[in-house]
Design a protein around this ligand. Structure first.
Ligand SMILES: Cc1cc2nc3c(=O)[nH]c(=O)nc-3n(C[C@H](O)[C@H](O)[C@H](O)COP(=O)(O)OP(=O)(O)OC[C@H]3O[C@@H](n4cnc5c(N)ncnc54)[C@H](O)[C@@H]3O)c2cc1C
Length: 422
């Protein structure tokens, strides 16, 4: 596709990144009458985290992860102690500044929770509305999810979690005995569980992004598969430099997941993103225990019923984005799942992807300072699928200079200071 073929090229708003966040924004802006150009080096939601996530619309995850309690008990979460977190020793020096910011953010969890909660609470309703409008309501299932604990402390852990949820006004109920008994058949000992009625799941994360892109393109947006090398301020416009050409656009929105940082530096913005990698395995042959995600809390695994298969995800691996997957992790995940009765022949090869995570676990949503019309929506950590629709609503308001549906101040990237010049 060339700019000459597009009579509206100069009026377009370029969106860089067609993961779930960029795709949802592309649709939302098109719906509001903007001319959109969506750019990605791959097909929509194929190359990034949006392809392989757990599909959970996590309306219960109101608190950003960094907390004083976690700082105290962090070691228990490390893979060396059987936990899901892996920080390769050779990465510690590179990760130190990010970790220092994580520790600082832990002191502000109470302040940051209402900001994140305002984005998370309406997420399932927002996604339901959006999917209805694009003609794919069937992609969202609103049956909540189950959290299950196994072992001698299961009852106490479930009770403590229910109590903490109540304090945040998150509804929970005891999980049905049929489910805990079914799990108990594979994990002898006590099994205790909670049902979160207000969460939801999608039956195919990639199809959700594709549904937004298809609806946007039908309404006049363009999708172009190309790598964006650089964005340049040009008075009150932006020049997008792709691998093939340069084009001047009315505005640009950076939604490039974990790779967003370099595109923002020239605008003075610092996005200290890290790749928090997670893995998945799929099971086409195993029937679901129920039509909702099941979180094995003791094993940090979530199993989600998806179209034609189950998908099991796990791990928080602080490895470099693009590094090869760790075969040992996939083997360990496979073994744990086999113990719970999940098997497939031939075995699924496994997938790894990078959650784009800022150290305070709040996303970055806003506009760069100065006259250049440069916007960004990134750093959605474990919640990018959950937050895509509300983020798109907020971005549409920002571009239209309307009052956004929530206070975007806490998501301004200037909280990390200005970018150092290259
Ligand atoms: C294992 C796992 C499980 C998860 N489970 C859940 C869950 O259950 N619920 C939930 O809400 N979230 C979940 N997440 C998090 C969620 O997947 C991410 O937050 C979300 O996908 C981020 O979306 P994104 O659009 O910002 O980034 P991405 O999906 O990573 O997309 C970024 C896109 O930008 C493109 N790009 C980057 N740089 C350039 C460039 N220079 N030029 C052109 N294109 C570029 C990439 O090709 C990519 O397509 C999970 C993540 C993982 C890894």
């Amino acid at each position: 596709m060339s700019s000459q073929a597009d009579p509206h090229a100069r009026e377009r708003i370029a969106i860089i990144g067609a993961g779930i966040v960029g795709s949802a924004i592309a649709w939302r802006l098109t719906r509001e009458g903007h001319r959109v150009l969506l750019l990605d080096r791959a097909e929509p939601a194929l190359a990034g985290a949006s392809f392989g996530n757990a599909g959970h619309i996590a309306c219960e995850q109101l608190e950003p992860l960094p907390s004083v309690r976690l700082l105290m008990t962090f070691w228990r979460e490390l893979s060396a102690f059987g936990g899901p977190v892996h920080i390769p020793l050779r990465r510690i020096a590179a990760l130190a500044p990010w970790m220092a910011r994580f520790a600082a953010a832990a002191l502000h969890q109470r302040r940051n929770t209402p900001a994140l909660a305002a984005l998370v609470r309406p997420a399932a309703d927002s996604l339901e509305r959006a999917l209805r409008e694009v003609g794919h309501p069937e992609l969202l299932v609103r049956h909540g999810h189950y959290a299950l604990w196994c072992g001698p402390r299961a009852l106490e852990q479930a009770a403590r979690t229910a109590h903490a949820a109540r304090a945040l006004q998150v509804r929970t109920e005891a999980a049905p005995e049929t489910l805990t008994r079914a799990i108990g058949a594979h994990a002898p000992g006590t099994v205790s569980g909670l049902w979160y009625p207000d969460s939801a799941h999608v039956i195919d994360p990639r199809s959700v992004a594709q549904a937004f892109v298809d609806a946007a393109v039908q309404a006049g947006a363009r999708f172009e598969q190309t790598e964006v090398r650089e964005l340049l301020p040009e008075a009150d416009r932006i020049t997008v430099c792709t691998e093939a050409r340069r084009l001047s656009v009315q505005a640009a929105v950076v939604c490039a997941g974990v790779q967003s940082g370099p595109l923002l530096r020239r605008f003075g913005l610092n996005a200290p993103l890290t790749a928090e990698r997670g893995y998945h395995l799929e099971f086409p042959d195993t029937p679901p225990l129920c039509d909702a995600p099941v979180v094995y809390m003791t094993h940090s695994i979530i199993v989600t019923p998806m179209r034609g298969r189950l998908r099991a995800t796990s791990y928080l691996e602080f490895e470099r984005h693009g590094a090869p997957p760790d075969a040992r992790k996939l083997r360990r995940l496979r073994r744990s799942l086999e113990r719970f009765g999940y098997r497939s022949a031939p075995p699924h090869p496994g997938w790894v992807g990078s959650r784009p995570t800022l150290p305070d676990y709040l996303p970055g949503i806003g506009r760069a300072p100065g006259p250049a019309p440069l916007y960004y929506a990134l750093g959605h950590q474990h919640l990018g699928l959950t937050l895509a629709a509300p983020t798109a609503e907020a971005m549409a308001a920002l571009l239209a200079q309307r009052r956004p549906p929530l206070d975007l101040g806490p998501f301004d990237l200037r909280r990390f200071g200005a970018a150092r010049p290259r």
